[in-house]
Design a protein around this ligand. Structure first.
Ligand code: BGC
Length: 354
């Protein structure tokens, strides 16, 4: 239904994918695609941005790639500039899912299609597609790892657990948390797992902006309040690598007990190094090359008026609509398989992990 709208807006539809360069676009004759990323502070978004730019350019598009320094007002004005400068499609990884309403209204008024990248754009009808990894599955992988490592079905226990989740403004954070807690909650309820701090609700364990410092300072408080007497923390569920790093830093400075199982996500270089040194137990690998390739394909399908590939039309309700989504598959990573999935696949060089 959108196609007719986009066509009415003057979008040119070609039959040849990469040769879309002959169609409408600002200045160079190429169609311009706006790519808005949240921040350069976290390794993964730099990789996402680089791959997106590279793949879009290979496919014949002009690319306006912007990073917003984790500042919502900056992201809003960057997206508005993309709209005003003639971008034909917007790809947005939001800092805060609900804060880009004004820009999305502008996109709607100009009939510019919008793809939410990795993080869902909330409370807006204007989001056409969503491409991400299966976020609930990420949490399930983390929770199952804790369950298996502690052998919760057989070991006597009880075991002590702490939980660190992500940014409340990021819809993904709740999915990661829920995926893991659905595995672990039965053991918390039976008493096999004890959250000594008592902090289990998402609002108690969330980490503003996913920042390492915020995760570290909360972990320091927990360690000094509940573990200073020599109590062991057996596992620390962390939703991603930046928060896992904060917990590892806090443990290094404030804890003398047995080192806990720590989960993560992203396979950031610092965290892979920590896994190799035994300071983090696992991570979840989300190959940003796969996600970027999928989104570039979506952009092409939209601009050519083709059916856009999606594989989930039920899960991601943004408060206004269920957004048709493409979910890529996350992969378990640890010190045993990192060479195969990270180095052999060309994602990192061996030198980067030294
Ligand atoms: C992403 C994670 C990332 C986190 C912090 C989430 O939306 O899905 O991969 O670790 O943001 O940037």
């Amino acid at each position: 239904m959108k196609f007719t709208k986009w066509l009415a807006a003057g979008l040119c539809v070609c039959t040849l994918g990469a040769s879309f360069v002959g169609c409408a676009g600002a200045g160079s004759g190429k169609s311009k695609v706006g790519v808005s990323m949240p921040t350069k502070d976290l390794q993964r978004w730099n990789q996402d941005g680089d791959y997106m730019k590279q793949e879009l350019e290979k496919a014949g598009y002009e690319v306006d790639l912007q990073y917003a320094a984790n500042d919502v007002a900056t992201q809003l004005s960057q997206v508005e500039n993309m709209i005003n400068s003639g971008c034909k499609v917007l790809v947005i990884a939001a800092i805060e899912g609900s804060s880009l309403g004004e820009a999305l209204d502008m996109a709607e008024a100009k009939n510019i299609p919008v793809i939410a990248y990795d993080r869902l754009l909330m409370e807006s009808d204007t989001v056409d597609y969503y491409a991400t990894f299966d976020n609930y599955m990420v949490g399930t992988i983390q929770g199952t790892f804790v369950k298996d490592q502690l052998d919760l079905d057989n070991a006597e226990g009880p075991f002590n657990l702490e939980i660190t989740a992500g940014d409340p403004g990021d819809n993904n954070a709740l999915f990661f948390y829920q995926g893991a807690m659905d595995v672990l909650n039965p053991y918390i309820e039976s008493g096999k797992l004890v959250v000594v701090s008592g902090q289990t609700e998402f609002s108690d364990v969330a980490t503003a902006s996913w920042k390492t410092e915020n995760s570290q300072s909360r972990a320091e408080t927990i360690l000094s309040s509940f573990y200073a007497d020599g109590t062991n923390v057996d596992a620390w569920l962390c939703s991603n690598d930046s928060t896992a790093l904060g917990v590892a830093n806090a443990l290094a400075a404030n804890y003398t007990g047995n080192y806990p199982i720590i989960t993560g996500q992203d396979c950031d270089i610092a965290n892979v190094k920590n896994m190799l040194e035994g300071k983090q137990s696992m991570s979840v690998f989300k190959d940003t090359r796969t996600l970027a390739a999928q989104v570039v394909k979506m952009v092409g399908q939209i601009l050519k008026g083709e059916t856009v590939d999606t594989n989930d039309t039920e899960t991601y309700d943004n408060g206004k609509k269920v957004v048709p989504s493409y979910l890529c598959e996350p992969v378990f990573a640890d010190a045993d398989n990192y060479e195969k999935i990270l180095i052999d696949s060309g994602y990192y060089t061996a030198d980067q992990l030294k």
